[in-house]
Write a protein that binds this ligand. Structure first.
Ligand SMILES: NC(=O)c1ccc[n+]([C@@H]2O[C@H](COP(=O)([O-])OP(=O)(O)OC[C@H]3O[C@@H](n4cnc5c(N)ncnc54)[C@H](OP(=O)(O)O)[C@@H]3O)[C@@H](O)[C@H]2O)c1
Length: 248
C-alpha cells in the first residue's frame, strides 16, 4: 500500500524538521528522493542516513529566493534521475512581527520564499509531469493560513496564497493526471516552533483536542499518502493535520 517504487521525488527544505521527515517517509515508501535546501552539510547528512537505511536519495543545493536556483534544482533532478513524479514544496521561513512594526522587506522575503518560490518550482515541474501524464504536487501550508494569526500577516498571506495556488494548479493540470494538494500542519515540534516558551506551548496544547503538539512524522504520513497512486482521485484539497485544533 502507498508504494512509491520507481517514483522520483523532489522535497524542498529537506535538511531538517518536517521536510526531513517527508524525505525519509517517501524514501521508506520506495521513492528516490532528492533533498533540497540551502545548507549542503545538513542535506548530505540526511541523504547519508537515508542511504544507510537502504533508501534511495540524493541532494541538491537550492535557494527558493532565487528562481534560477529553483529551476536548476528541478533540471538537476531530471538530468540525474530521468524523471520528476512528486514535488513537495515544504521549505518555508517566518519573519514574525505585528503589522505596524513589520518592514516591507519582511513581507517580501516571506512571500518570495514561501509563495513565489513554490510557484517557480511548480512551473518548472509542470512540463515533465504533464509529459509523463503522472504527477503529484504537495504544498505544505499551515493552519494559520486557514484561520489567520496576529503577528504573522506576511506568513499567513503566503500560506493562504499557496492554498489558492494549489487549487488553480489542480484545475490546470488535472487533465494530465497531475494532482495538487496542500497539507496544513497545526503546531509541530521543529526548530520553527522551538522558540516558543513552555507557557505558550501549554496554551496551544489546550486548544488541541488530541492534547499534544504534532510531530514531523504526522505531516510526513499525510504527504506519503497524497503522493501515492491511491490518492489519485484527490486534488485541490487542503488536508488539515492539526490534532483537531481547526476543523475547517
Ligand atoms: N513547525 C510548525 O509548527 C509548522 C506549522 C505549520 C506549517 N509549517 C510549515 O512546514 C514547513 C517546514 O517547517 P519546519 O518547521 O520543518 O521548518 P524548519 O525546521 O525551519 O525547516 C525549514 C527548512 O526549509 C529550508 N529553507 C528555508 N529557507 C529556504 C530557502 N530560501 N531555500 C531553500 N530552502 C530553504 C531550511 O533549510 P536551509 O535553511 O538550509 O535552507 C529547512 O530545511 C514550512 O513551510 C512551515 O511553514 C510548520
Amino acid at each position: 500500500m502507498f508504494d512509491l517504487s520507481g517514483r522520483v521525488a523532489l522535497v524542498t527544505g529537506a535538511s531538517q524538521g518536517i521536510g526531513e521527515a517527508i524525505a525519509r517517509q517517501l524514501a521508506a515508501q520506495g521513492a528516490t528522493v532528492v533533498c533540497a535546501a540551502r545548507t549542503e552539510a545538513k542535506l548530505v547528512a540526511v541523504v547519508a542516513s537515508i542511504l544507510e537505511g537502504g533508501g534511495k536519495a540524493d541532494h541538491v543545493v537550492m535557494d527558493l529566493a532565487s528562481p534560477d536556483s529553483v529551476r536548476a534544482a528541478v533540471a538537476a533532478t531530471l538530468e540525474r534521475h530521468g524523471a520528476l513524479h512528486i514535488l513537495v514544496n515544504n521549505a518555508g521561513i517566518t519573519r514574525d512581527k505585528l503589522l505596524i512594526q513589520m518592514k516591507e522587506e519582511d513581507f517580501d522575503a516571506v512571500l518570495g520564499t514561501n509563495l513565489k518560490g513554490a510557484w517557480v518550482a511548480i512551473q518548472a515541474a509542470t512540463k515533465p509531469m504533464m509529459k509523463q501524464r503522472w504527477g503529484r504536487i504537495v504544498n505544505i501550508v499551515s493552519v494559520v493560513g486557514q484561520m489567520g494569526n496576529a503577528g504573522q500577516s506576511n506568513y499567513v498571506a503566503a500560506k493562504a496564497g499557496l492554498i489558492g495556488l494549489t487549487k488553480s494548479v489542480a484545475r490546470e493540470l488535472a487533465s494530465r493526471n497531475v494532482t495538487a494538494n496542500a497539507v496544513a500542519p497545526g503546531y509541530i515540534e521543529t526548530d520553527m516552533t522551538a522558540g516558543l516558551s513552555g507557557d505558550a506551548k501549554a496554551a496551544f496544547t489546550q486548544q488541541i483536542p488530541l492534547g499534544r503538539l504534532g510531530t514531523p512524522g504526522d505531516i510526513a504520513a499525510a504527504v506519503g499518502f497524497l503522493a501515492s497512486e491511491e490518492a489519485g482521485y484527490i486534488s485541490g484539497q487542503t488536508l488539515s493535520v492539526n490534532g483537531g485544533m481547526l476543523m475547517p
